[in-house]
Design a protein around this ligand. Structure first.
Ligand code: ZN
Length: 367
């Protein structure tokens, strides 16, 4: 199941929305609609919800501009951005690689909050220039246009401030790593920024817990920050360790294959004997599919002696070549949920790379 959907392409970068974002958008719309200092007093009620919906979309458009700020600096420094995904607490830019140049990393990290700050300060300036004195408070009679400008300005300033918290996965975490990496090894700098992110998530979650039920969304955000901090650390460690390693160096060359006419019972015996749970399927020397334990399990036990590999194998083939970077192979496997990839060169099967191969390589090459 896809967890995110592509909605547009800007500066050549696919813009995606994550399912959590689709869930949070209506929540924001309702929060805006019933907020007494925003649209809470507007009649009829459907109009307040419509305005809430529009403001929620505009707000996330501001989040997108923030991400495009990161992307712009990245592209100017020849760093490819694979996609931008809008998730529950903002946006995530997926980079091809993490900039190792600490100056570039810092500029890139600061560009997003800078955009948010510029939008926020501009809107607040407009708000004040229009003659509204303070940010609208409940009971104050500020026209709807003023409330929207004032709140949007405030939210963007808060977005900049939140992202500058010096902990992963916030932008401030990257700024911190870039500063730390001038004195510390890169991986240690990453660990520190990630630990701070986890500590921050823990505190935020605790605060959310103490302020239940309103704090529920804080707990949710804390959960995502905790996961994000961990992923950032593991991801950096893995990409660092696998740098310059290609598939050919760690793949298994002696591949056991099966034919399309092999019975599933035989495949089960093969799995017990060889301890591998997936085999490429060759027909006349050509790779036609892959049969895994999951495929075998999808056939009821009593039918396995009458079913051949052809009737159960996956024909959707995702392969690697010997010169595919090992880290890319790992990313494909985790994204698609595959345990192994056949390695093909000039149309011929030359090896297989599994998660086990990668885990072992990480153990051997890591610190
Ligand atoms: Zn950012």
């Amino acid at each position: 199941m896809a967890s995110s959907y592509r909605i547009a392409t800007i500066m050549g970068i696919p813009i995606r929305v994550h399912v959590t974002f689709l869930l949070i958008l209506p929540v924001f719309a309702v929060v805006f609609a019933i907020n007494p200092s925003l649209f809470g007093d507007i009649q009829p009620a459907w109009l307040s919800y419509a305005l809430g919906g529009v403001l929620a979309v505009v707000f996330f458009f501001c989040v997108l501009l923030h991400e495009l700020g990161h992307s712009y600096v990245a592209l100017r420094n020849d760093i490819q951005i694979k996609s931008i995904t809008l998730i529950i607490f903002g946006g995530v830019s997926q980079m091809e690689e993490v900039p190792r140049d600490s100056r570039v990393e810092m500029l890139m990290a600061l560009a997003g909050p800078a955009i948010s700050l510029v939008i926020g300060v501009t809107l607040i300036a407009v708000y004040l220039l229009l003659g509204f004195s303070t940010v609208p408070l409940p009971g104050e009679s500020v026209p709807v246009s003023g409330r929207v400008i004032g709140w949007l300005g405030l939210i963007n300033v808060l977005l900049a401030a939140f992202n500058l918290i010096p902990a992963f996965p916030m932008d401030g975490g990257r700024v911190l790593r870039s500063l730390l990496s001038r004195r510390l090894p890169y991986l240690d700098a990453t660990s520190r920024a990630a630990s701070l992110g986890k500590a921050f998530a823990f505190m935020l979650g605790l605060f959310g817990f103490l302020t239940l039920p309103g704090g529920l969304w804080l707990i949710l955000i804390a959960f995502f920050i905790y996961l994000g901090a961990g992923q950032e650390e593991v991801g950096t460690r893995v990409s660092f360790t696998l740098e310059g390693v290609d598939v050919a160096r760690i793949m298994t060359r002696e591949v056991t294959t099966v034919g399309p006419e092999t019975e599933l019972d035989e495949v089960v015996e093969l799995m017990l004997e060889r301890k591998h749970t997936g085999y490429p399927v060759l027909s006349n020397g050509r790779l036609v599919g892959i049969i895994t334990l999951d495929d075998v399990h999808s056939v009821p036990r009593e039918r396995r002696n009458r079913t051949t590999v052809e009737g159960a194998m996956s024909t959707e083939l995702v392969t690697a070549t010997p010169d595919t970077p090992a880290f890319d192979a790992l990313k494909v496997m985790s994204r698609r949920g595959f345990g192994r990839l056949p390695v093909v060169e000039n149309g011929e099967l030359v090896g297989i790379i599994s998660r086990t191969d990668l885990t072992r390589a990480l153990e051997i090459l890591g610190e």
